[in-house]
Design a protein around this ligand. Structure first.
Ligand code: HAM
Length: 508
């Protein structure tokens, strides 16, 4: 895990029950320093550098795949999330109140004091970015290219129980493709090229589904991960919808059935059944399907388990999945991807392909899917869309566990944070006075130059400091015209004319 994580048990000044609540100012004064909120992290320089390394991989991968970066507000009207994200995420919202809106705050306070747990704040810290992206696209749909490819990487906030892989504030990288591929206009006098068939649209969508998954896999590969230890497990809600209809679940209960399938890995059979009854689902066929042995559920085993009369019928039902598998193989990431009938995803807005990136024993690294109705929900024209989100928390845990997080020196080099030169005085009064002069010149020349602020005159100690900062060169000032230039990587040094030796230092 990158960053210094704050957990309830690690807070000496507060009993754990208090850690969800910021203390009042008079309490704080009597208790000493204010502790950070549980499930958040502090990032000291090297920890932030590690996070930036991940962010840099995200950004460069997205750009290489043709996505453009966007951003939106940290908080949004709560309605943006209650409309379509689903109960799971809404129950994890951090509410935001405007201190200026006194009447609203007072009213909320009264409702909460009266035990109205359904009272929600007018604004919410974003738990995810997809609703913002849909709102932004809907607002300018007419002027945007088709398809529009956007990426975003910022913080999200969810009031989850902090645990390995899950915090209350985390970074998320999103890549989304909104809109389908435009069709070629028919030449004058040529028939056709008008309205596309359902099959054409499905094929175009599948091409974009494969493009999205390929981008996610490319990022994992660029971090040094391989398909031997992780997989992209995909499914399709439209396929699942057909299956559960045959198992006796009516359309009105499909969303609830997807939630139950999503919880299969987390709940035991008794809890699943109780939850199904609570949702109003009583089909015994569906309950048997829900409680079938958990485990790898690939395309071939699924073929045998489907509620159909023949293998041909089963193959037809699963065609969107086998079609996507083929496209993923063409995109070069077939070995990463497996069909998994257990994947349904928790968010309510998905309509078609859904996927998660899974490593055994860890929470999902990434998840996403197709959401063809969301743009319309926010007032835009009917527009298909597909995308995914990846968090930094699980990714950094996996990279660290597998020894794939580069050394601090490599991270500094990758992020161009290594100082070009570390300036040292040889200990004479004349050289001491020349340190700021040389620093100023190097910085004017566009180099990243540092010095020591230690009072020691011991060159060995100062060279150690130069090495600790991963400087490329150390410059020891011998006189106004002479220096010793030490190449820290090659571990070689030369003494001579200041101007000649400085000319060797080129920006990295
Ligand atoms: P999600 O599955 O809720 O999807 O989140 C995506 C990823 O964000 C997860 O796989 C995980 O890596 C990370 N994540 C989620 N919650 C936490 C948490 N509490 N702590 C740490 N990391 C977390 C979405 O958010 C969708 N909006 C993704 C999407 C984009 N679908 C289409 N476009």
């Amino acid at each position: 895990m990158i960053g210094c994580e704050h957990v309830a048990g690690a807070m000496p000044h507060y009993p754990p029950s208090m850690t969800d609540q910021p203390s009042s100012s008079s309490d704080a004064a009597s208790r000493g320093p204010i502790q950070p909120a549980t499930g958040t992290r502090d990032f000291y320089p090297i920890e932030l550098a590690r996070r930036r390394w991940i962010e840099d991989k995200w950004r460069t991968t997205a750009i290489r795949h043709g996505f453009e970066e966007i951003d939106g507000p940290t908080f949004e009207p709560t309605d943006l999330y209650t409309r379509k994200s689903g109960d799971g995420i809404v129950s994890e919202i951090f509410g935001v109140y405007s201190g200026k809106d006194e009447a609203r705050v007072k009213q909320m306070g009264q409702r909460l004091a009266a035990g109205d747990t359904g009272a929600i704040a007018p604004y919410a810290l974003r738990p995810e970015f997809t609703p913002t992206l849909a709102r932004m696209f809907a607002a300018r749909a007419g002027q945007l290219p088709k398809p529009t490819k956007w990426f975003w990487q910022q913080n999200c906030y969810r009031a989850e129980k902090p645990q390995r892989g899950r915090l209350r504030e985390f970074m998320q990288w999103n890549c989304d493709i909104v809109g389908g591929v435009p069709r070629a206009e028919a030449a004058p006098g040529v028939s056709g090229g008008a309205s596309p068939s359902v099959v054409d649209i499905a094929q175009e969508n599948a091409t974009l589904d494969a493009e999205i998954i390929a981008c996610c896999v490319d990022l994992l590969q660029r971090c040094g991960l391989t398909s031997s230890s992780m997989s992209v497990r995909f499914n399709d809600r439209s396929v699942l919808g057909k299956i559960i209809t045959r198992l006796g679940v009516d359309r009105e209960h499909h969303a609830a059935a997807f939630t139950l399938i999503d919880r299969r890995g987390k709940l035991d059979d008794a809890d699943l059944e109780a939850m199904a009854f609570e949702f109003g689902i009583h089909s015994t066929e569906f309950l048997t399907f829900l409680k079938r042995p958990r485990g790898a559920d690939d395309l071939s085993t699924s073929l045998n388990e489907l509620p159909v009369d023949s293998r041909e019928e089963a193959a037809q039902m699963l065609a969107p999945l086998s079609g996507l598998k083929e496209l993923l193989a063409q995109a070069g990431c077939g070995d990463w991807c497996v069909v998994d009938m257990n994947i349904a995803r928790g968010l309510a807005y998905y309509t078609g392909m859904v996927f998660e990136v899974i490593v055994d024993g860890e929470r999902a690294v990434a998840g996403g899917g197709r959401y063809d109705n969301l743009i319309e929900t926010f007032g835009g024209p009917p527009t298909p869309a597909v995308g995914f989100g990846m968090g930094d928390v699980v990714l950094s845990l996996i990279l660290q566990d597998k020894g794939l997080m580069p050394s601090d020196k490599q991270i500094a080099a990758d992020l161009k944070l290594r100082p070009d030169a570390f300036v040292i005085s040889n200990g004479t009064t004349e050289s001491d006075a020349l340190v700021p002069v040389l620093l100023a010149k190097l910085r004017r020349d566009g180099l990243h130059a540092r010095r020591s602020y230690k009072s020691t005159g011991k060159i060995g100690k100062l060279l150690k400091e130069a090495s600790d900062t991963h400087s490329r060169y150390a410059i020891i000032i011998e006189s106004e015209t002479e220096i010793t230039l030490k190449d820290m990587d090659a571990n070689t040094q030369d003494r001579g004319s200041r101007e000649e030796l400085l000319a060797r230092i080129k920006p990295a």
